[in-house]
Each structure stands twice: as structure tokens, then as C-alpha cells.
Design a protein around this ligand. Structure first.
Ligand code: COI
Length: 354
């Protein structure tokens, strides 16, 4: 149950806004002045409030630190050409957050409460929304177990916090990825589809090894046979193979990416046939050899559409053809941009304008 009382806002007396270099944002380097914080106690979410960003009082015994009940979302708000603020697909993010919460035995957050929280914090820090193409206000809702106790149990108390951060592109150049055949991100039946913190923590070590070998990201394969592509940790992946847009179909070990869904939906209007199916490493290798694999790219809220330049398979670096202005990935990236800033009609009802 949630209340619908108005959300109180306490403004900071020490804004950091003047310190931000909007021409060189990078990703996740800055956190805006304010955050939304709500508590879950006695079986209900409290209204919550917007307060200056800063430390939260809690003990080192909070259950999320020990047993991992922590889930988050990654979303973006855009400054539109007419000056309005657009939160992209908050309803879809709310659905996914609730799927993650359910998997981790955490209480749901209803859509109205979720969107009111986003609106309150984004309005308070609206000056932090960058407007140059490729930049956005990244929104990071996070929910974690806050009950202070060491017994192994489902927490009875939680915090729901929304942080925001002005961001530029996640990757500054085309990425090199390594097909992972030793380590596993997620197995079917596990938590791979949920956006829970542990999925990311577990990926750090194999990703660090891949970085030491000169790669930016790991291309995860299925846990059983290491034969089929899953995703790439910070993003879903797509290929243009034999002239078709091909992407791994969703399973319980893949994140149901909102950008993935948006691009699949837009593909029709861009005149390309789509296939959601198992994608094997063998067919990627074959596609490189016979020239039918013409594009590979990562898609995600943070990554948007990120060109993959090289895929490392069984010890060989396979290079994709250089990305062209007329490529599918460039066209869909432009379409998404135009739609989100209001240059193009939002025929799918994805823009939530506040
Ligand atoms: C996102 O794309 O929003 C993500 O959460 C991926 C990564 C930054 C953790």
C-alpha cells in the first residue's frame, strides 16, 4: 500500500551544479544535488521525500549488504526541443522493477508512486538535465533491504532511493568484446533477468580479466554449453546477419532491456526484418567468414546504441566492417534520438512529458 500525500522537497543550500563540466560529462561521474528517499516499514511504503544528496544513516548490519536484496533500474530523462522534460518509458521500467523486486522477495512499488518519485526528484534538479545530443539525465532508482539484523531472512524493511546523474555517452569509441566461455553471468532459473546488484558484482572479475586482455566487455554465453550468446553485461546485443536484425531471445538469464524492446519495435518502420532467437557463437564465426555478419552493437539505457568493432571468438579477433552512416544501428540511434527530443511523432506513447 502507498499513500498519495504530496512529496516534501528540502532543497540543498550548497548546489554543486556550477562545478559540472557539461561538455565532458562521461558516464556516472556526477550525482545531482537531490535524491528521493522512501522507507518501507510495517508492510507499507511511506510517502518519501526529496532531500539533498548525501549519506543515509544505517548500520553495517543492513540485510542487503549481507544477503544481497538490492535491485535497481537505469532510465533516462531528456530535455526536449520545446523545453519540456521527457522521461522515457517509465511505465515499462516500473514493470521491470517490479519483476526484479518479486524475484528477490522484495515489496512491489506501484507505478503511480514510482512515477511521482521520479517527477519530484527530476523537477527539483531540472537544471541538471543536459541538452546536447547524446547526453541525458540518467535516473537510478534503487531498492535495498535496510533492516539491521544478521539472521538469514527476507528483510522486513527497505529503502527506495532515486538518484540522478547528467551523462554523456557510455562508450566513447566502438567496443571490443570477448566471447566468454569459462565464466557465467547467469544460468536459466537464476536471477539473470532481474536487475539485481549481484548480477553486476559477479561480472566484475571476468570483465576485469577481459579488460587486461584489451577488451571492453564480455559477451556472455549460456551457462550450460557456452554455445549461445546471452548479453553483454551492461547491454543487450544485436546483430545484422544476412540482412536481418537478429538478437538473442529473452530467457530467464537475460535482462529484458527497454532499449532492446524499443529497437525491435522501431525495426519495422526502418524496413528490416527482425528475429529473436538463439544466436550461436558458431553462426557469428561463420558470418564473419562469409561476410554475412555486417553489424554488431550493444543496446541499453546507458549504452543507447554502441557499435561493436571486434568480437573475440576462440582466440581470434574478428573485426566488423567500419560503421557507416546508412547502417541500421546509426539509423535507429538517430530515430530514437529524434523521438525522445520531440523531432518525430511519438507514435508508441513512450515519452512521458512532465
Ligand atoms: C543501464 O543501461 O541503465 C544499466 O543499468 C547498465 C549499467 C550502467 C549498469
Amino acid at each position: 500500500m502507498t499513500t498519495t500525500a504530496p512529496i516534501r522537497v528540502t532543497r540543498t543550500a550548497h548546489s554543486q551544479l556550477s562545478q559540472i563540466d557539461f561538455a565532458n560529462l562521461g558516464f556516472g561521474n556526477y550525482i545531482s544535488d537531490h535524491m528521493f528517499v522512501a522507507d518501507y516499514k510495517n508492510g507499507a511504503w511511506e510517502t518519501g521525500e526529496v532531500v539533498p544528496f548525501g549519506p543515509l544513516p544505517m548500520t553495517p548490519a543492513i540485510l542487503s549488504l549481507h544477503y544481497g536484496q538490492a535491485v535497481f533500474e537505469g532510465m533516462k530523462a531528456f530535455r526536449m526541443n520545446n523545453g519540456s522534460i521527457n522521461i522515457f518509458r517509465p511505465q515499462r521500467h516500473s514493470q521491470r522493477l517490479n519483476q526484479s523486486l518479486a524475484r528477490m522477495c522484495m515489496p512491489p512499488i506501484d507505478e503511480e508512486f514510482f512515477i511521482e518519485a521520479l517527477k519530484a526528484v527530476i523537477r527539483t534538479d531540472e537544471k541538471w538535465i543536459p541538452s546536447s545530443e547524446g547526453s541525458a539525465l540518467y535516473i537510478r532508482p534503487v531498492v535495498f533491504a535496510s533492516e539491521s539484523r544478521l539472521g538469514v531472512k527476507i528483510s522486513d524493511e527497505y529503502k527506495f532511493v532515486v538518484l540522478t546523474s547528467p551523462v554523456g555517452p557510455y562508450f566513447t569509441k566502438p567496443v571490443r568484446v570477448k566471447v566468454e566461455e569459462t565464466y557465467v553471468r547467469a544460468a536459466e532459473g537464476g536471477t539473470g533477468f532481474a536487475k539485481c546488484a549481484g548480477n553486476y558484482g559477479g561480472a566484475f572479475y571476468p570483465t576485469q580479466l577481459a579488460r587486461q586482455q584489451g577488451f571492453d566487455q564480455v559477451l556472455w554465453t549460456d551457462a550450460k554449453e557456452h554455445k549461445y550468446i546471452d548479453e553483454s553485461g551492461a547491454m543487450n546485443v544485436m546483430f545484422v546477419l544476412n540482412g536481418k536484425l537478429v538478437t538473442p531471445k529473452l530467457t530467464s538469464s537475460l535482462l529484458d532491456g527497454v532499449t532492446r524492446d524499443s529497437i525491435l519495435t522501431l525495426s519495422e518502420s526502418l524496413g528490416i526484418q527482425k528475429e529473436e532467437r538463439k544466436v550461436s557463437i558458431a553462426e557469428l564465426e561463420e558470418g564473419f567468414k562469409n561476410g554475412t555478419l555486417t553489424e554488431a552493437f550493444g543496446v541499453g539505457t546507458a549504452a543507447v546504441v554502441s557499435t561493436i568493432a571486434v568480437i573475440h571468438i576462440h582466440g581470434t579477433d574478428y573485426a566488423l566492417p567500419a560503421d557507416q552512416a546508412a547502417s541500421f544501428q546509426q539509423r535507429v540511434k538517430q530515430k530514437l534520438h529524434h523521438l525522445r527530443v520531440g523531432n518525430e511523432a511519438d507514435t508508441h506513447g513512450w515519452n512521458y512529458i512532465i
